[in-house]
Design a protein around this ligand. Sequence first.
Ligand SMILES: [Zn+2]
Ligand SMILES: [Zn+2]
Length: 282
Amino acid sequence: MHDSKDTKFIPITSITDGVIQAVAPEVYCLPVQVVNVCFIGNPGKANEWVLVDAGMPKSADTILEALTEKFGSANAPRAIVLTHGHFDHVGAIVELAEKWDVPIYAHSAEFPYLTGEQSYPEPDTSVEGGLIAKMSSIFPNEPIQLGSRLKELPNDHRIPDMPGWRWIHTPGHTPGHVSFIRIDDNVLIAGDAFVTVKQDSLYKVLTQDKEVNGPPRYLTTDWEAAWESVGILKHLEPTVAITGHGPPMYGTELTESLDKLAADFDKIAIPDYGRYVDPNIH
Ligand SMILES: [Zn+2]
Ligand SMILES: [Zn+2]
C-alpha cells in the first residue's frame, strides 16, 4: 500500500476547515481544507462508524485531531468507503487505513486508479473556469496503491458496515464514482457528482459560499454521464446533501437547486470549452 508518487500538501483552504459538523442523526461532516469527509454512525465508540472519503494529501492529523476534539478520542472505524479516488478524496487514506487496520470499499470501475494500474486523465487546465482550473496542474494524479485492503462494494447496493444505506453508481466525474443514500430519511452523500460551492472561483472555495454546481470541471471527463447521474440523484429526493466540496444543503433550497441543475446542466455545469467537452453536447 502506498500513496501516489506525486502526492503533496496543496496550499488551499477554507474558513470552515477542521471543525466537525453534525448534519443529521449519525451523520457528521468535516471540511478538510476544501474537501469534505463524512463520519457515519457513532465515532464516539470504536468500530461503530464508517469514514466516507479521506481528505486532502497530508491531512491524516487534521482528521484525527478533529475526531479527538469532538468525540474524546480518534476511535477506529469499521471501514473506509470511497465515493471515488481523486487525490482530494484519498489524501489521508494510506495513513489512516494502516493506523486503524480497516478495509476500504469502492466501486470496481474505480479500481484501476486505486491499485496503481492507471492514472486519472490529466486535469484540464484549459477548461473554462478560472483560477482553480489553472492551478489544477499541480494536483497529484499518479495512482495510489491500496493493495489487499481494497474491496468491491457488493452488487446488492448495500454498504458493508453502513446499515440502512445504499450505494448508487453515479459516473461521469470518474468511471466508478458512487453516491450514498440513507433509505429512512434520504440523507445523501453525493461525492463530486455535484457540489455545493462554485469551484471555478477561488474566492468562493475559500469562503465556501453556497451554490449548487456540477462536478469539478477540470477533472470531469464524461459530461453526458455526469448529467444523467445528477438526474438519478434528483429523483431520489434527498432531504439533505453533503457533497465533496461546499457546505451541506438542506430541504427546499436543495430540491430547487438540484431541479435547476438537472434541467439546465448544459448551461450551469458543462463548460463552454475544454479538453473533455464534446462540442456537440450544448
Ligand atoms: Zn473528484
Ligand atoms: Zn473532489
